[in-house]
Design a protein around this ligand. Structure first.
Ligand SMILES: Nc1nc2c(ncn2[C@@H]2O[C@H](COP(=O)(O)OP(=O)(O)OP(=O)(O)O)[C@@H](O)[C@H]2O)c(=O)[nH]1
Length: 354
């Protein structure tokens, strides 16, 4: 039997820099054939759109597989397992598989899925890489004091004082073999070091914490960790969620299984061409502030420009750049908006269309 193919799971909250890290990895893959499996929240393949047709040598379109919309941890049986089987059945099998989870996915059910009979003999989790938005965490956008939460839980099992944001963060940290404190370019050196030390003290023993800007890490650091994470799930405890975890080992997370994602929503806004990209970026930033939007991203059609403008906002920071011609896609502005449930969709649509 051929050796198991190593798979790296890249997780981390919305906008932490997962796609950027993966792009850097592909650009520096040194001939390794890497297949990508991408799971996004929101029905617009922005990450796939960024990675497909990226022009990177060794990164072929057919090596980028997008899972259907939804959260990977709820669609394991219907979507993830068949996708993996198809990848593993290919004549020319990839050397390594990288899976980008949606920023709202709980990584544990996904890792557990590697124990499924159809794939457990053919692939193993080489490592779980959790990308952290260093700037957002330093600004206190997530509560992440695991010790305090554990103490609270020990004190009262029925209590759940956490916000969904902090729960996701805890789960993603608990699952990690490596934590990447990203966006250090936005932090002072001391601030970055303090944050890395704090996360290290909260993580499981032996978890590496590395700092990065734009996800730029050597391939040898990211790949080849040999963690076999699927065999060691007990160590990667999950924070208690709003739902009952009747059976922690049940891989069949059915559709009725609710967890923190109900607390989030996403929709797509389309609009006509934009005349002034700078002014539009400022407008987007305003809308994000006014409505507490967590993440906004997509492609913008700019009058007179054949290239599409990629727009990425994490919190109120908006980045734009022209990435490639529209090609066969319709020339329109399409933005996916993600936030905690209760967004004022009509007002946001109107403000973005203005
Ligand atoms: N300043 C700075 N910006 C970064 C860094 N890494 C990523 N970004 C930017 O942050 C935005 C989000 O990056 P992505 O790589 O798309 O993040 P993601 O985690 O894949 O996002 P989702 O898939 O939506 O969860 C983009 O505008 C990136 O250019 C970094 O180290 N420093």
């Amino acid at each position: 039997m051929p050796a198991k193919i190593p798979a790296t799971v890249v997780t981390g909250f919305l906008g932490a820099g997962k796609t950027t890290l993966i792009r850097h990895l592909l650009e520096n893959a040194q001939g390794k054939r890497i297949a990508l499996v991408i799971n996004e929240f929101g029905d617009l393949g922005v990450d796939g759109g960024i990675l497909k047709g990226c022009g990177i040598e060794n990164c072929r379109d057919e090596d980028v597989v997008e899972l259907s919309n939804g959260c990977i941890c709820c669609t394991v049986a219907d979507d993830f397992i068949p996708t993996m089987e198809k990848l593993l059945d290919r004549e020319d099998r990839p050397d390594h598989i990288v899976i980008e989870t949606s920023g709202l996915a709980l990584p544990q059910p996904l890792i557990r899925a590697f124990n499924w009979p159809g794939i457990s003999t053919r692939v193993t989790v080489d490592g779980v890489v959790t990308v952290v938005d260093g700037k957002a965490v330093a600004e206190g956008r997530f509560a992440h004091d695991i010790a305090a939460i554990d103490a609270q839980r020990a004190a009262d099992d029925g209590l759940d004082h956490e916000t969904p944001l902090s729960e996701l963060f805890e789960d993603q940290i608990a699952a990690a073999d490596m934590i990447v404190v990203n966006k250090t370019d936005l932090l002072g050196a001391e601030e970055a070091e303090a944050l890395a030390a704090k996360l290290k003290s909260e993580a499981r023993d032996g978890v590496q914490v590395v700092r990065a800007a734009m996800g730029a890490l050597p391939v040898e650091v990211l790949l080849g960790q040999g963690a076999a994470a699927e065999a060691d799930m007990e160590a990667r405890h999950e924070v208690h969620h709003h739902h009952d975890h009747d059976d922690e080992d049940d891989d069949h997370h059915d559709a009725a299984h609710h967890h923190g994602h109900d607390e989030f929503e996403s929709f797509v806004v389309t609009r006509s061409e934009v005349t002034d990209p700078k002014a539009f970026a400022a407008q987007v930033s305003e809308v994000i502030r006014a409505h507490d939007i967590l993440r906004l991203k997509g492609f913008v059609a700019v009058a007179g420009k054949p290239m599409r403008l990629t727009l990425q906002a994490v919190g109120p920071r908006v980045d734009t750049h022209f990435d490639r011609p529209f090609g066969t896609e319709p020339r329109e502005t399409r933005l996916v908006v993600i936030g905690e449930a209760g967004l004022d969709r009509a007002a946001i649509e109107a403000a973005l269309a203005a």
